[in-house]
Design a protein around this ligand. Structure first.
Ligand code: ZN
Length: 383
């Protein structure tokens, strides 16, 4: 099986994040075992999902991690013109859910592993396939805990998210949070007897928008990002029960996507202060009033030094002089924070196709990725 054929096989495993990824992991582990790689599988608590780690070459030396996620986003509500989990090859493209994000890279890594298994390597290759990346880089965290126990740490990680094979050295971090406002119910004909939870929530949302404006006007900027500053955004809101009752509850979800130079905790502290101010004004009359902010998921930003040897290596191998900074996150931020591991994001396909209906990756992109990984293997092979 060449890379496109392997990709077709991987697309056939419907590894939507809410479902099991074990069929894919079993296939990949079997494939790597047959090559003589040393594989280990790290299951979640109820053994429905797993991370895979495989190493080829001398693992007593610092090596290179090739990292990717096995899960894909759902196709619910997307008007696909074909079965998203049956790969479809036409017009020098492979169509299917996950073709761009990011099973094309996984297929390329399996092809590389087959070549690598026939070589004598000066450095090991670590293959890492994780689960639940699409819902906040969840699965890879347990793998990172075991990586901390490795005697020898890797010196470079390549994450094959779809960048159209352009190297990216940084991305924003993300904090997802939920804000719960509690008021006091009353008949809406006598609203002054109650405290409107939706109004508390809109006061908090106004505070979020003031902070955003302040960040835009006086905060850090990095023009390498499509949006060059930290952003705050409210994504859902749910409150009240019926029009003629002053609502007791309102909840909204928001996120912060921060530049590496910014600290999301500092922004959260400003929101806590805004909540205190809002509550101070009402709590003498309404002791039950409350505003609570809970963090639901968080991953750190990534910023690899532009002059790191791994960045230069990837640039040389893909023939790109420049680098990008990405609007979306990867496990690279966690690798950097937890393991001090330098990461470069570079993979086949484009996020213009990722997560969308009729997702595809072109054969040209897959060939470029294969050539890139072959070049990498040549760098670390004995002559
Ligand atoms: Zn992805």
């Amino acid at each position: 099986m060449d890379t496109p054929a392997l990709l077709c096989r991987l697309i056939g495993y419907p590894t939507v994040s809410r479902d099991s990824n074990l069929e894919l992991i079993d296939f990949a582990a079997g494939f790597l075992d047959d090559l003589g790689a040393r594989t280990s599988i790290d299951y979640n608590a109820d053994r429905t999902k797993a991370n895979l780690h495989a190493v080829i070459g001398p693992d007593e030396r610092p090596g290179i991690v090739l990292s990717g996620h096995s899960d894909v986003v759902p196709t619910d509500g997307q008007d696909w013109s074909m079965d998203p989990f049956v790969a479809n090859r036409r017009d020098r493209r492979v169509y299917g859910r996950g073709s761009a994000d990011m099973k094309g890279f996984l297929a390329s890594v399996l092809t590389l592993a087959r070549t690598a298994s026939k070589r004598r390597l000066r450095q090991p290759l670590h293959v890492v396939f994780s689960y639940d990346e699409e819902i906040g880089c969840i699965g890879v965290r347990s793998l990172i805990r075991s990586m901390k126990q490795w005697d020898v740490q890797p010196w470079l990680c390549i994450i094959g998210e779809p960048t159209a094979m352009r190297p990216a050295i940084a991305h924003k971090g993300k904090t997802s949070a939920s804000c719960r406002c509690r008021g006091v119910p009353a008949h809406s004909a006598l609203p002054d007897l109650g405290l409107n939870a939706i109004h508390l929530a809109t006061d908090m949302i106004a505070a979020i928008r003031r902070i955003q404006q302040d960040v835009i006007e006086t905060g850090n900027r990095d023009d390498a990002y499509a949006v060059p500053y930290t952003t705050l955004h409210v994504g859902t809101i749910d409150g009240g029960s019926i029009l003629n009752i002053v609502p007791e509850h309102c909840r909204f979800d928001f996120e912060i996507r921060h530049l590496p130079a910014d600290d999301p905790d500092e922004l959260l502290a400003r929101l806590d202060a805004a909540a205190d101010t809002i509550l101070d004004a009402v709590q003498s009359r309404f002791g039950e009033a409350d505003i609570r902010i809970d963090i639901t998921n968080q991953y750190p930003s990534l910023e690899t030094a532009a002059d790191h040897a791994g960045v230069s290596l990837v640039k040389r191998l893909v023939g790109e002089a420049g680098h990008d900074k990405l609007p979306y996150g990867t496990e690279g931020g966690l690798f950097q924070r937890e393991l001090a591991l330098a990461s470069v994001v570079c993979g086949p396909g484009s996020m213009n196709q990722g997560h969308k209906r009729d997702e595809y990756v072109s054969l040209d992109q897959l060939e470029r990725c294969d050539r890139f990984l072959d070049g990498l293997l040549n760098e670390i092979s004995e002559a």
